[in-house]
Design a protein around this ligand. Sequence first.
Ligand code: NAD
Length: 461
Amino acid sequence: MTADNTSFDVVILGGGSGGYACALRASQLGLTVALVEKDKVGGTCLHRGCIPTKALLHAAEIADAVRESAQFGVNASLEGVDLRQVNTYKDEIVGRLYKGLQGLIKSREITVVQGNGRLVGPRTVEVDGIRYDGKHVVLASGSVTRSLPGLDIDGERVVSSWEAMQLDTVPQRVVVIGGGVIGVEFASAWRSFGAEVTILEALPRLLAAEDPSSSKALERAFRKRGIVVEANTAFSGVERTPSGVRVTVESGETSEADICLVAVGRGPHTADLGYEEQGVELDRGFVATNERLQTKLAGAYAVGDIVPGMQLAHRGFQHGIFVAEDIAGLEPAVINEADIPRVTYCEPEVASVGLSEDQAKAAHGPDEIESLTYDLGGNGKSQILKTQGFVKVVRRRGGPVLGVHMVGSRVGELIGEAQLICSWEAFPEDVSALVHMHPTQNEALGEAHLALAGKPLHSHS
Ligand code: NAD
């Protein structure tokens, strides 16, 4: 802290992934930092998003493993799922990580200002009547659950992901509105826990931002698991019934359930924070920035979910680090949005990086693009796990890999190599020269590149 306790090199509004990463990096670079947070540092990712939901999904994986154990010659029976115990396990993980993060922030001598912040000057944030002045200000106020007209989240029967991750009993029947990332992750976990699940998705397919081949494989796998997927089905109304909810879609059809999850996207949290009054330009609620994440207000940056693009914690981390380095004069390279990896942790997992085949064709011309799909049927480790799916690689003809798309249990763990391949603009010929460990699922990536380089090993040419 500086002498007058309220002047800093950087004042950050919001202590989630983007905000705290910026704080940690800025202090590492010798800058004084105030981090304003109204709730808990760590934000949505740590307390209400990535971490708790992935703990739920891990418990779901264990339920599946027990239920299906006889297939592997191990006789066990699933007696039930105690969601209270699952929640204890999940909350312990969050608690430990939260403690670790607080320790880290303290050790870097970052001043955490607890309370509701508001931008009251071009580089001034006010909290409880005290003004904190920065040479730079970083807006990192994150996102909130979005809903639809006529879809009021009551937290009991009509729930957001926040209430959904705190249920203490497994619902018998669930309707999920929205087949995006949150929708399919919860649908997957609840199905593993034994619920009957229906997903209503307005667009023609689940995970519409992914390559269509990934959506198709996921839908097939979900149907096999007994999850009902209603695509091209837009929500129109919901009403409470004595035992739960009745959800109506635009065709007039209804579905009854114990609870209904609203998963129709998250919106930027930028209203009533003083942004526009101070000259920060908003575009449909998101903060407009240039590629260096500078807003229209000199000295003010924005990071994370309030910046148009994918709302992902690791994108937020990268934004935060980038901005801290930019402020410190290190001139970091601009972040390429397509190089940010995506993983949806449902069963089977869906992972991707770079361009989809359609995006690649649109960017380079249809004749310039070549793709290859390697079926996990040829991958020993995937067969051992009894998972199905594929690795699809999209390349520029005679050129580098532009995108990798994968479906299958645990394929999220393969995204690291796929990301290096895309980011370093490797050619399939380069990757095919690298030895991949046998037997691993990682080998499937190697095989796909071998095949695309014209020398398939365990696949037909
Ligand atoms: P999303 O944008 O991924 O999906 C919302 C879905 O709701 C879309 O498919 C949309 O077509 C559908 N929809 C909209 N209106 C509808 C209607 N009237 N009827 C039926 N369907 C309708 O948003 P989300 O799943 O709510 O997730 C929010 C954000 O959180 C996303 O940006 C996501 O990337 C992020 N998130 C990421 C992860 C991860 O990386 N694993 C996990 C959870 C959330």
